[in-house]
Design a protein around this ligand. Sequence first.
Ligand SMILES: [Zn+2]
Length: 407
Amino acid sequence: MSLPRGRRSFAGETEGGVPVADKSRPQSASSEVVRDINRRIVLNLIRKRQPISRAELARVSGMQRSTISLIVEQLIEEDWVLAGPTGRLPRGRRPVFLRLNDERVLIGVDIRPSQITAALADANGRFISEEAIATTADPEFTLGRLVEVVERIVASCRGRKIEGIGVTVPGRCIPGSDRLAFAPNLGWRDVDIRTPLVKATGLEVKIENAATACALAAVWFDHMEAVRNLVVVTVSEGIGAGILLNGQLVHGLNGMAGEFGHVPIDPQGPPCACGRRGCWEVFASNRAALRYYRESGTESAGVSFPDLLNLADQGDGRAGEALNKMACYLGRGMRMLVGGLAPERIVVVGDLTRSWERFEAVIMPEILDQVSPGGVAPQLIPARDGGVARLRGTVALVLENDFGVCS
Ligand SMILES: [Zn+2]
């Protein structure tokens, strides 16, 4: 069985950061829930430590051998796990090693204002293929093209079991409705993304805000299980925040938590796509840096944000100034996160991580200055695999059902 939706907490942790089922907690009272948690723990341990033997699983998890054997048999039966000897033969023994079945695949779709990327990934989070299409102002037309891409991916799987489709969006969906409710940079309103994909494929479709999915992926892929207070800041055309507090993903009323990007930091500032003026993202997004560059009087037609990073690296002073100004506003805005949420870690996702040293040097002093006496400064880190960080979020969304430590 699955844990009830909406209760996304860690089951508990040992000192080594390995989550274990805590039978003393009220929500774990049912033996079925404990079994479900233990299953997830075993599946996660196999994912992280593969190839691994049953004996090693028992040692690392602290569970009894008989419990491990029962869970592993079930996972093998369900085709999640494959068993077989490997080249490791300590002292002549031939232990059976377990690994994830990478024939189990899933489809990830990352929707951004400029383009949509659809990819095929395996259960280990490795990407097998990837295709991008342009996003247009007409959601029906764009989703029609997306369905064609997804159908091609499904056809390419030739019999491999597809777990489902994870979709990340630059906005918020009202929980339970899966309709895109707020996505000012996309310009789509009240759009049903799920139905066309379900109709075309018959697969389960999960939709989540990109930053929130990235928070899930950070826990999932970057082994941050021991981190219980984490904010992911996605910086692209806009700015999104995904929040994990006390080990729980935060959605808030109508799924709108995390919209720091649309908090005005200067009500007299330039207009924002949300209808207000001077929102954080108007000053600190990729678009802001391009505007600063344009305003410096430089010929900037056709210059993209990655171009701007390259120009700065090549010594273009105005490009460097534009990026520094963006970094400064990023740091200013992150003071809201540090002061209001007290995260242990802030993970930054976006093209800017390619020039991380430049940004870190400006952002970090702002963060340190916001830490009150007696407080602890959060770590500020760039997302690993910056280019595919959002796609990894789509993978985490789908696998959360079976592996989720946060669900
Ligand atoms: Zn706004």
